[in-house]
Write a protein that binds this ligand. Structure first.
Ligand code: FAD
Length: 240
């Protein structure tokens, strides 16, 4: 894939409400040469007075699909409330990327996958499970969200095409969900299958920085080889 540098014009060509606080946005990007599952783009917005704001967003669509981002609103944030509540078809913005060569999945990475997501950290995981599925790669997802109505991609996760999924809710109890933050012993158990340690498991962890750091530490404390762990920190927010 040819790397493309610099800012390019993009247009919003579709939006989909995922939850009350999250929106998926499909983009038409000039000169888009495709992406690898797990990569992100930088998005630059320019106000009428020339003020610009730039933020990074993971691509939630699989390679071969139109570029899509999935944004969760931070109520006191600058950019995410616009992208979740105001952005609409035809809006113009600028895009740089796709970016990233480490937190990615590509055909040939044929080990079973464990995806550990917190909040909007589910976005690149969707790209990964959709990319890996046609290759027959086993994918297990553990997803931490605050409440049941904040579970992004809920329909896809319930469908037979979704990964094997466990959702942990940190702020409420609800039927069909685990309750509470992911514990070290639960993460440790995920590294084994039928009581036998899975030697080749590739583990991806993505979400707010504190979530990623806690999960990564607990996984490596449980014996996961750091070479088999790929992390992406979003820096903000989170399913506390
Ligand atoms: C690689 C990468 C991929 C990402 N992918 C996604 C994604 O797929 N989906 C997604 O929803 N997000 C993603 N993010 C996060 C995203 O880039 C934004 O950070 C997020 O949307 C918040 O932006 P904002 O402008 O709304 O908030 P901001 O205005 O940037 O504020 C963020 C938080 O910081 C606080 N804050 C702001 N300024 C200050 C200050 N001066 N002092 C103290 N606190 C302050 C705010 O109160 C708020 O809580 C990703 C981040 C990275 C790095």
């Amino acid at each position: 894939m040819r790397p493309v540098h610099g800012w390019r014009p993009a247009t919003i060509v579709g939006t989909a409400r995922e939850t009350a606080s999250a929106n998926s946005i499909r983009l038409a990007v000039a000169d888009w040469a495709g992406h690898v599952a797990g990569q992100h783009i930088d998005v630059r917005l320019t106000a009428d007075d020339g003020y610009q704001a730039t933020r990074s967003f993971s691509l939630s669509s699989a390679p071969g699909e139109a570029p899509q981002i999935t944004v969760e609103r931070l109520d006191d944030g600058e950019v995410s409330p616009y992208l979740v509540d105001i952005a609409t078809d035809g809006d113009a913005l600028e895009v740089r990327g796709p970016v990233g060569g480490y937190f990615v999945w590509q055909p040939g990475d044929d080990a079973p996958l464990l995806l550990v997501a917190g909040g909007s950290g589910i976005a690149p995981m969707r790209a990964i499970w959709r990319a890996a599925r046609p290759h027959g790669t086993p994918v297990r997802l553990v997803y931490s969200a605050r409440t049941a109505d904040r579970v992004i991609f809920a329909d896809e996760l319930r469908s037979p095409d979704g990964p094997e999924t466990t959702v942990h809710l940190t702020r409420e109890r609800a039927a069909g969900f685990e309750y509470g933050r992911l514990r070290a012993d639960q993460l440790s158990a995920l590294l084994s299958s039928g009581g036998v340690r899975e030697p080749r498991l590739l583990v991806y962890v993505c979400g707010p920085t504190a979530f990623v750091e806690d999960a990564a530490r607990e996984l490596t404390d449980a014996g996961l080889d750091a070479d088999l762990l790929r992390t992406e920190r979003f820096g903000v927010g989170g399913p506390k």
